[in-house]
Design a protein around this ligand. Structure first.
Ligand code: NAP
Length: 246
């Protein structure tokens, strides 16, 4: 995988999958802007990357806050000159059966998982198009592909990311900017740490590989889609789930 003088912005880089994506890209020589909600988590990840010899900075930005994203993106584009790789990874769950799901929980999940992609892609995607080179990877979920009882808000947001990505892939294709989706299955992170042993055991039964994946499994797929060599791949959904939805 070739990365020449590339700068990446990774949202949700303070923990879990986003942290692994930031680490893998930094290990390949990419300068990484780590974004998360709290300054502490993305700051610690950027500091660890820097201590290991990589290049990283951190910014605390609420990805659901459109004006805050626009201000942060403008400042970062000024500071770095360009951002070549955008990974929309920040996400939350607020699970519950539809009958008991509040409108607030619906709105929070749509805003953080889906509308955040609109904000960041608007702010950073067009400058990529002007540069005639860019890679956008949006982290969806198998829930968005096959649905999941108790996750109507999350599955709707994650399915929305697929339609959004395919649309911008068509808009940006002529300008050398690709856009793809990575859809993880069950991955060992804080997001799944709260699942009970029974739920984990039940989920594992449906995974041919009989185990949850690691954050690094997702990060390597993302890195491939961000590399020079992936320039003819766009508008695609890559499921990384141990065979669960094949
Ligand atoms: P995680 O461990 O809960 O980490 C989530 C990250 O997103 C954190 O760094 C958090 O920031 C950040 N974040 C949340 N809300 C934010 C906001 N409003 N503004 C800015 N940053 C925000 O989650 P994960 O398991 O790594 O999941 C990463 C992505 O993969 C999500 O989109 C998730 O839906 C998707 N995914 C995960 C799994 C899985 O099994 N884990 C499966 C399928 C899809 P702080 O650190 O500041 O809290």
């Amino acid at each position: 995988m070739t990365f020449t003088n590339r700068t990446a912005l990774v949202t949700g880089a303070g923990r879990g999958i986003g942290k692994a994506i930031a680490e893998v890209l930094a290990a390949k020589g990419v300068t990484v802007i780590c974004v998360s909600k709290s300054a502490e988590s993305c700051g610690a990840v950027a500091a660890a990357i820097t201590a290991a010899g990589g290049k990283a900075v951190s910014r605390a930005v609420d990805v659901a806050d459109g004006p805050a994203v626009a201000v942060a993106a403008e400042a970062l584009l000024k500071e770095f000159g360009k951002i070549d790789l955008l990974v929309n990874n920040a996400g939350i769950t607020k699970d519950g059966l539809l009958a008991r799901m509040s409108e607030a929980d619906w709105n929070a999940v749509i805003a953080t998982n889906l509308t955040s992609c609109f904000h960041w892609t608007k702010a950073i995607g067009w400058p990529m198009c002007r540069n005639r080179w860019g890679r956008i990877v949006n982290i969806s979920s198998v829930s968005g592909l096959v649905g999941n009882a108790g996750q109507a808000n999350y599955a709707a947001a994650k399915a929305g990311m697929v339609g959004f990505t395919k649309s911008i892939a068509k808009e940006f294709a002529r300008r050398g900017v690709t856009a793809n989706v990575v859809a993880p299955g069950f991955i060992e992170t804080d997001m799944t740490a709260g699942l009970s042993a029974e739920v984990k055991a039940a989920a594992t039964q449906f995974i041919p590989m009989q185990r949850f994946g690691a954050a690094a499994d997702i990060a390597h797929a993302v890195a491939f889609l961000c590399a020079e060599e992936a320039g003819y791949i766009t508008g695609q959904v890559f499921t990384v789930d141990g065979g669960m939805t094949m």
